[in-house]
Design a protein around this ligand. Sequence first.
Ligand code: IMP
Length: 500
Amino acid sequence: MATYYMEPSRTFSEFLLIPNLTTKACTPANVKLKTPLVKFNKGEEPAISLNIPFSSAVMQAVSDDGMAIALARSGGISFIFGSQSIEEQAQMVRKVKGYKAGFVVSRSNLKPEQSLSDVLALKEETGHSTVAITDDGTANGKLLGIVTGRDYRKSRDPLDRAISEFMTPFEKLIYGKSGISLSEANNLIWDHKLNCLPIVDDNGNLDTLVFRKDYDEHKENPMELLDKNKSYIVGAGINTKDYTERVPALVEAGVDILVIDSSDGYSEWQHETVQYVKQNFDVKIGAGNVVDREGFRYLVESGADFIKVGIGGGSICITREQKGIGRGQASSVMEVVEARDEYFRETGTYIPICSDGGIVHDYHVTLALAMGADFVMLGRYFARFDESPTRKLKVGNNFVKEYWGEGSNRARNWQRYDTGGKSKLLFEEGVDSYVPYAGSLQENLDKTLGKIKSTMCNCGSLTLDELKANARIALVSATSLVEGGAHDVILKESSLSEEG
Ligand code: IMP
């Protein structure tokens, strides 16, 4: 006979936090959001912690190298999507690991025999006014000179004038040698009143450029998530099919942590994948998704370093409609947290839990953390920002960004190309959609973090451990949900919520 669970499963929107005493020490500035990313034994430090409890979803429309750099800069982590070829994914990981904040690969490059009209056309196309002149016109060719707006007069100089005649030649350039630190580069910039410092290797080839403005930007990110070599920490999604080829390539590219990306992780396939990784590599791996204690226990005993929770709650997800599997996100988190705490008492090993999907309002993040999740994973939230890899479009009077599920035909197309059309999707588990464009990641994240810290102060908590231990969470009735928003008034347009 089937087992019945007659208590309805719950979502975050059905709960509210009850304030605790706010002491005078409880100010948002004093709140710390550091949280473990991987398992650790009692009394020890986790090998990797996040500075903010945020990760971006393993999705084509969310987590590429650009998002990974932006989020690591703010203290969180991206898991680069695995629904692409192994080489492309490894290349994205390599770009994140090779990225040195403040050192940028030159994006505007020309050859000395090209002309002023080429400079102007490139400026029009890229918006950059600094052009590197290299022997072969590439970003890493031999550096022969630099052209900036100060080297020509657009109104007077003939358009066919060769660049070699008006560029600042290499002999007159101030430059740094590869390996220079950002602060040394910055000193050269200030001492010589430069806007841009080229960095050149021992053979005279252009390595990167350092711009004056980037140093200031870099200094503003004290939360950034760095490994011991001062590179950004990055994760990557894997699957349970091609892992014997994908994992070695990702490890070789320098990935810090893997996660198995699946809507249902309670499977022998995941057990085998985790075991393979643990037996062959010194790299961390998360597994999931699960929604109950049995799934949690199974994957932890397989060796997983963190567990991802959630089936069917994602904004683009139609798994519940299509397959009839899933569980309310809050109920899933609560049960898995209970199992995690039980496991900790038994073994002394703490397993971080990631609440994945279904975050609609910022306070849902606070609730997930208060319920015991260590960090959250979001897709829709990050898809709205400049840094997500998708197109920004105008629909009617509003700007939107594209956002599609990994289980949609759109995301699965890469596989069909790979397998010559043999693995056609039988049915979709995700939709293709738009989300409202919301601007830059940093600006939005600052606002969200501000709200979380402020709520934590309401709950008398300065750390996430205190929040977990002290939170008082109340289930609310369907009718009281109505009084939670503005009600019985006619809203003026300016006071309508901006939240996506
Ligand atoms: P969101 O933050 O609510 O948009 O949810 C993002 C999460 O939805 C991801 O991290 C995945 O766990 C899940 N997801 C991504 N693509 C699909 C899909 O096509 N079907 C079902 N779930 C998906």
